[in-house]
Ligand binder design. Structure first.
Ligand SMILES: Nc1nc2c(ncn2[C@@H]2O[C@H](COP(=O)(O)OP(=O)(O)OP(=O)(O)O)[C@@H](O)[C@H]2O)c(=O)[nH]1
Length: 381
């Protein structure tokens, strides 16, 4: 799951490590570093390239630019010590002497560019990729760190915070929400055809049963021929009641009947399917609005497939605009290498991903845990 994205994130870590390597202090201890800086400043007339970094530490009193040393450093690594965005020569010398290191913009420029390309290639939505880059830049730039902390660890912590920031938007505890709500809880599923909506309803019914909640299914997809039979198969296999009307019936009425059935039979949760396509997308959205009005569901969950990447993100936005969603289920995550939708949906809609579909079996529904996902994306395995 999301292997392509994992590789790309690990590529960024390696890039920064390579670029920042020149900044690592040699095996000098603090005093040696300070002494060597002072000694070299005295004979700064002809610094070699390899000495250039240390030569910058020419004056611990703060007269920052020993002309020869400053120029040599600029020649050696292209740095412009006078640039406001960069740490001053004095800051760097001090950081060096105390065993702390400062990451500079130029160390990050290329790796950040590559990271942006990698995220976009992975179908991460543009605004989400930009937000991730901003956070990584902010967390790393000018950051001084203890010698013991490796560049890799610093990158990892910046990436961790940046990813979590976008993935965990709006996250809430689904089970707690079900437990706390008045019963029956009505959950309506929206999303286009063929993405795994009906299968997800069946999976969620099983997930709820595993936690002690009974459920009834209601087929609000009265548009598509064969929809009743398809969901009936799941209901039969799981031994659940299905409420359905004939094709062409009013979907709001079906789900309403589902709620009445649940009230009469002391059922905890109503799982209402909806059509994924009508004559026009306006008709579809109007139908969802009507369901909202008539049934007033406790939760509306948008279902789409992780493998659809950007398309899934765009659809999530559209459906959320038409009939506000409370969360999303991303199916077929088991077949998705890019991870772009999983990273983008919450940030773009402001509503959390609640479950991942991870296979075709009824048990293949995994509660979405942002922290776990981030750790697995940054993990070594
Ligand atoms: N690998 C994998 N396949 C899945 C997952 N979820 C659903 N599928 C498969 O995707 C196909 C479509 O699923 P459906 O539940 O029929 O899709 P739907 O959105 O209800 O489609 P309509 O009923 O046409 O609206 C089926 O073959 C499912 O077994 C998943 O998480 N992983």
């Amino acid at each position: 799951m999301f292997d392509g994205l994992k590789d790309k994130l690990s590529g960024f870590r390696k890039d920064v490590e390579e670029n920042a390597e020149v900044e690592e202090p040699a095996e000098q201890d603090e005093t040696e570093a300070a002494e060597s800086a002072a000694a070299e400043s005295a004979e700064a007339d002809q610094p070699t390239e390899s000495e250039a970094e240390t030569v910058e530490a020419s004056d611990a009193g703060g007269a920052s630019d020993g002309a020869a040393g400053g120029d040599a450093a600029d020649d050696a690594d292209g740095a412009d010590a006078a640039d406001d965005n960069e740490p001053s020569t004095f800051q760097r010398a001090k950081a060096f002497a105390t065993g702390r290191i400062i990451i500079e913009e130029e160390d990050l420029e290329q790796p950040l560019w590559d990271l942006e390309m990698a995220l976009l290639e992975s179908d991460v939505e543009m605004s989400v990729a930009e937000r991730i880059l901003d956070t990584v830049r902010e967390k790393m730039l000018g950051e001084s760190r203890k010698q013991v902390e490796t560049t890799g660890e610093l990158v990892e912590s910046a990436l961790h915070d940046a990813l979590l920031d976008v993935i965990a938007v709006g996250q809430f505890d689904f089970e707690e929400r079900i437990a706390a709500a008045d019963k029956p809880v009505t959950v309506v599923f929206t999303g286009v055809n063929g993405v795994g909506k009906t299968t997800s309803i069946a999976k969620l019914s099983e997930w709820l049963a595993d936690r002690g909640y009974s459920s009834v299914m209601a087929n609000g997809d009265t548009y598509r021929a064969g929809a009743n039979e398809q969901i009936q198969e799941h209901a039969d296999r799981l031994d659940r009641e299905l409420i359905s009307h004939d094709q062409g019936g009013d979907p709001a009425a079906v789900i309403y009947d589902g709620v009445e059935y649940a009230e009469a039979h002391d059922i905890d949760v109503v799982l209402g399917d909806t059509a994924g396509r009508l004559h026009t997308s306006d008709d579809l959205m109007a139908q969802l609005e009507k369901i909202d009005r008539v049934v007033d569901p406790d939760m509306t969950l948008f279902v789409d497939e992780a493998v659809a990447g950007q398309d899934a993100v765009n659809r999530a936005k559209e459906f959320n605009d038409a009939a506000e969603i409370d969360g999303a289920i991303l199916t077929k995550a088991d077949a998705d290498s890019s991870g772009g939708a999983a990273i983008s949906v919450a940030y773009v809609t402001g509503k959390p991903i609640l479950f991942l579909g991870t296979g075709q079996g009824y048990d293949d529904l995994t509660l979405f845990e942002p922290e776990e996902l981030v750790e697995s994306l940054l993990g070594e395995e």
